[in-house]
Design a protein around this ligand. Structure first.
Ligand code: NOJ
Length: 728
């Protein structure tokens, strides 16, 4: 906070009564299109610091006017909204954006979303969600940036920068919110809101890293998680919120609770009643209460009892006022929509399409059946329940985008192919959940009568997102049966999946010739997919999360520990190969499942291309470096294919021996490069020894001398490796 802001905040604070301070700490739900009188009255009385879920700009301006002109101290409002992956122009779901491995794309998406939201008076978004999750059953994996702390940190910071711009007070900049602090992504069983038990060492080395990165990048706010973290709900967790966030990290932005997460501490069984919950939340340093009213109802009384000090309250209110000054709200609380470019304009749609192109991951391409060739294709059968579902391609958390603006795969293909190629559209199933086979015959006929078969399947929007977890993550309904039926036509099948999570597709993958994973691709999903299928663009997305073969493998992630008995091809035994009456100790005695092996279906970082990338000649600048020095790691990448294409080059490291066991591989860098056919490029990653550190048993961040392995490749399965040493 600048000195002048600090002085203004102090001046304002000195004029405020306790009820006005508590008012600033209260965030109320808006009327969603009208201004209820009780809300207007509370604003006049200075009892509201923030409103969420009002995006009618005239009402927002009226609310600001009431606060500024009719309340005693004229303090403007924070206007919050879940702008998660777009406002009017919907970008791919965050997990899809993570598959771009492209911070610039992610930043641009956030900047456009901020601009469109700001035009409605919104000045605060509850994003990015940077919970590390390794459980695809959890519906909110769709909102996440995947399983890896490094990738999530890079992309989370890009999103923060996109939302907030260079200066929060600029037109089109809005405050971002790092959520959900902390551990929410580790909900037991992938069931939303469930308990998270995470040892402190793992918390620091994995789950907290993106939050630290966001704090360092200047994210304006944090949101406390709903969950119970190691026995103490995050919202009342003093160790997490005060000791770590405020004291250790020196974070001085606003912390907002999640929706009613303060009063839910009583439901958790952590507090006896709302008063106790308010006490715990204030004690932890939750500056603002979202939706519930325990601060309004109990803080005064808690102060009268001497349980809460005025100094605590002043510190919290000061953080909220500081954000309002930083956003420039005291200078101009109003929004003039005329100052903004139109939502859904051509450049926004182009950016959404490019993001969707980069987010799609090609997981299989047998016989290089893709890209399809327009000149030797007279007709395409387009089959599947998601080929023409404008709403379902948008994905979860879409409050403001409209299905009518979506361009579906059917529309995208027709537009791209024009009159030269006939698109024979037969959905086969009316929805992803449909259980009637009535449409199958027509779909099979379409396949028989066409030169190429494209099927678009997956999950509807509601099947992922908050409170939308699944225990079975197979392709829903009878979609797999539709694939079987269509396969009888004898044509190669190109399958496009739209989904909010990794699905378990082992059987399905066997049945199709190509598989393009499109997540929920947003408004411009259709044209993006059409361009990819017909080779206008080459797929370049990479998985931000491991794909299990079966749900029972979960959690399965690339940066696991080695264990004392790691599985290998030699030690892993398949159930069907075990002789009858086999003795207990005959089965390899290593860490695998008898019925699933030890490998995922597709590893983290994986994704094919129409280019053919070869990685050769890894070298390091030194064999040994001292603590505090840097090392360069080089490799050559060649595009040996016939298509120009982008590739995401990835750098992984393993610290062989340490004070606490380290993962078998950890992502430490990545870069998107473009190579023409035949082109070769030397890539150099530079690592400082600080980047090779970790939190040790004493919870200190250290880099230990010793041996390191390093890999450069196109996925976490990279095999091209070298080694180096760090000495004292
Ligand atoms: C609850 C969700 O957990 C959080 O992510 C969201 O921002 C709030 N509701 C507000 O809608």
């Amino acid at each position: 906070m600048g000195d002048s802001t600090a002085a203004k905040v102090a001046d304002l604070l000195s004029q405020m009564g306790l009820d006005e301070k508590i008012g600033q700490m209260s965030q109320l739900n808006g009327g969603g299109g009208h201004l209820p009188e009780y809300l207007a009255e509370a604003m006049r009385a200075g009892q509201v610091g923030s409103v969420l879920n009002e995006v009618d700009v005239e009402i927002v301006n009226e609310m600001q006017r009431i606060c500024v002109q009719e309340s005693r101290l004229g303090i403007p409002l924070l206007i919050g909204r879940d702008v998660i992956h777009g406002f009017k122009t919907i970008f791919p779901i965050p997990l899809g954006q993570a598959a771009t491995w492209d911070p610039e794309t992610v930043k641009q998406g956030a900047a456009i979303s901020a601009m469109e939201a700001a035009a409605k008076g919104v000045n605060w978004t509850f994003a990015p969600m940077i919970d590390i999750t390794r459980d695809p059953r959890w519906g909110r994996i769709a909102e996440s940036l995947g399983e890896d702390p490094y990738l999530c940190s890079q992309l989370g910071v890009a999103m923060v920068n996109g939302f907030q711009g260079d200066d929060l007070s600029e037109t089109g900049s809005i405050a971002a919110c790092a959520k959900h602090f902390a551990g929410y992504g580790a909900a037991e069983g992938g069931r939303d809101y469930n308990t998270a038990n995470i040892p402190e060492n793992e918390l620091r080395n994995v789950h907290l890293r993106p939050f630290k990165a966001a704090a360092d990048a200047g994210v304006a706010s944090f949101m406390s998680a709903f969950c119970d973290l190691n026995g103490v709900p995050a919202t009342g967790n003093r160790w997490l919120m005060d000791q770590l966030l405020r004291k250790e990290w020196q974070y001085d932005g606003v912390v907002v609770s999640d929706w009613e997460s303060i009063v839910e501490m009583t439901v958790h069984g952590f507090t006896a009643d709302d008063e106790g919950a308010a006490y715990e939340a204030v004690s932890a340093g939750i500056d603002m209460e979202m939706a519930s009213s325990s601060y309004r109802d109990h803080v005064e009384n808690l102060m009268a009892q001497g349980k809460i000090s005025l100094q605590q309250i002043d510190t919290m209110v000061a953080r909220i006022l500081t954000l309002k000054f930083d956003l420039g709200l005291f200078d101009n609380p109003y929004t003039d929509p005329g100052h903004f470019s139109a939502p859904l304009n051509r450049s926004h749609l182009t950016a959404a399409k490019e993001a969707a192109v980069k987010s799609c991951v090609l997981l299989k391409n047998e016989q290089r059946i893709l890209p399809l060739n327009k000149s030797d294709t007279n007709s395409v059968a387009l089959i599947g329940p998601l080929a023409d579902q404008p709403y379902e391609q948008l994905g979860t958390w879409v409050f403001d985008g409209k299905a009518k603006h979506s361009v579906t795969v059917l529309e995208g293909l027709k537009e791209l192919l024009g009159s030269e190629v006939t698109v024979n559209f037969e959905p086969g199933l009316v929805s992803a959940r449909e259980t009637s086979r009535d449409g199958f015959a027509a779909a099979v006929t379409a396949a028989e009568e066409s030169d190429a078969v494209v099927m678009v399947m997956g999950e509807e929007s509601f099947m992922s997102g908050e409170a939308h977890s699944r225990a079975n993550i197979d392709l829903p309904g009878i979609q797999e049966q539709l694939i079987d039926a269509v396969a009888a036509a004898g044509k190669p099948i190109v399958l496009v999946i739209m989904a909010g999570r990794p699905l378990t597709l082992e059987r399905v993958v066997e049945k199709v010739d190509a598989l393009l994973y499109a997540w929920h691709p947003g408004t411009m999903g259709g044209p993006a997919i059409a361009d990819l299928l017909f080779g206008v663009e080459s797929p370049s997305g990479k998985l931000p999360v491991t794909f299990p073969r079966m749900v029972g493998q979960v959690p399965i992630y690339y940066s696991h520990k080695n264990t004392g008995r790691p599985a290998s091809e030699e030690t892993c035994v398949r159930m069907e190969d075990v002789p009858l009456g086999a003795p207990q100790t005959s089965l390899g005695m290593s860490s695998f499942h008898l019925d699933a092996g030890f490998k995922p279906l597709f590893p983290f970082g994986f994704g094919l291309s129409y280019g053919r990338f070869q990685y050769v000649k890894i070298t390091t600048s030194h064999h040994s470096i001292a603590l505090g020095e840097t090392i360069d790691i080089f490799a050559d990448i060649i595009n040996a294919g016939a298509h120009p294409a982008e590739e995401v080059v990835q750098l992984y490291v393993r610290d062989l021996v340490a004070n606490v066991t380290r993962p078998v591989k950890e992502l430490k860098g990545f870069r998107r490069i473009f190579l023409k056919p035949g082109e070769r490029q030397r890539i150099c990653f530079t690592l400082h020894t600080d980047e090779l550190g970790f939190f040790n048993r004493e919870m200190n961040y250290v880099t230990e001398p010793g041996q390191f392995h390093v890999w450069i490749g196109g996925s976490s399965d990279a095999s091209l490796w070298a080694e180096f040493e760090i000495h004292e």
